[in-house]
Design a protein around this ligand. Structure first.
Ligand code: ZN
Ligand code: ZN
Length: 207
């Protein structure tokens, strides 16, 4: 398979050819159909975040991000194969050939936070796809378990890929003000997230 990896922070991505992985355990192998480029990818590539106000930059290396790394946390792909330990009941109706969005915000999967359904908040071992493990800037990608895959049911892969990041980010913010949807809602900024928020706001029935 072909992928584009960060081999060194701040250096051009490297095009790598390597054998396509076979899904092990409960993994699912997908063939990438769309991979969103998020502004966070620039920071991951740079190796950290400027926190502003003269504070020390947040270093991703200190947070356990290792290289080389295939970025890409907004990924839609077609299911190619399930790992040998995937039970029929794990699949949630998914089958080979289905086009799915990969939920990327994975944690250790075992701590209280993860088991409670908030894997994105895991501090024991954050495991986000495209950050802590390889993501969608590749023609194939493995996802640790079918429960992280959502059937697109005909939605356009390119439109849907960013739902994995800017979509959930803005949806979560809008849910907090849903009670006020009969009044005007102000969105600051019309960048990637601002425009996503506007589309979702309409879809959620606000004016
Ligand atoms: Zn993102
Ligand atoms: Zn956890």
């Amino acid at each position: 398979m072909k992928s584009f990896k960060v081999a060194d922070f701040n250096a051009p991505l490297q095009e790598i050819d390597e054998p396509t992985p076979q899904p092990a355990g409960t993994q699912v192998l997908i063939k990438v159909k769309a991979a969103g480029v998020c502004h966070s990818d620039l920071h991951i590539w740079e190796g950290g975040y400027d926190l502003g106000h003269g504070r020390k930059p947040l270093s991703l290396k200190d947070r356990g991000v290792s290289l080389p790394r295939t970025m890409g946390h907004e990924t839609v792909g077609e299911i190619i194969a399930f790992g040998p330990d995937v039970k029929e009941s794990d699949k949630g109706g998914l089958k080979t050939g289905d086009v799915v969005l990969a939920y990327p915000w994975l944690g250790c999967g075992k701590c209280k936070t993860c088991v409670g359904g908030d894997e994105n908040m895991c501090i024991v071992k954050p495991n986000a796809l495209g950050v802590y493990c390889d993501g969608g800037y590749a023609d194939h990608m493995t996802v640790p378990h079918p429960k992280y895959l959502l059937d697109l049911k005909g939605l356009d892969p390119v439109t849907a890929a960013p739902y994995a990041c800017s979509g959930v980010t803005t949806y979560s913010a809008l849910k907090k003000v849903e009670f006020a949807f009969d009044s005007p809602i102000v969105i600051f900024g019309a960048g990637g997230l601002g425009l996503m928020a506007l589309s979702l706001l309409k879809a959620m029935g606000s004016r």
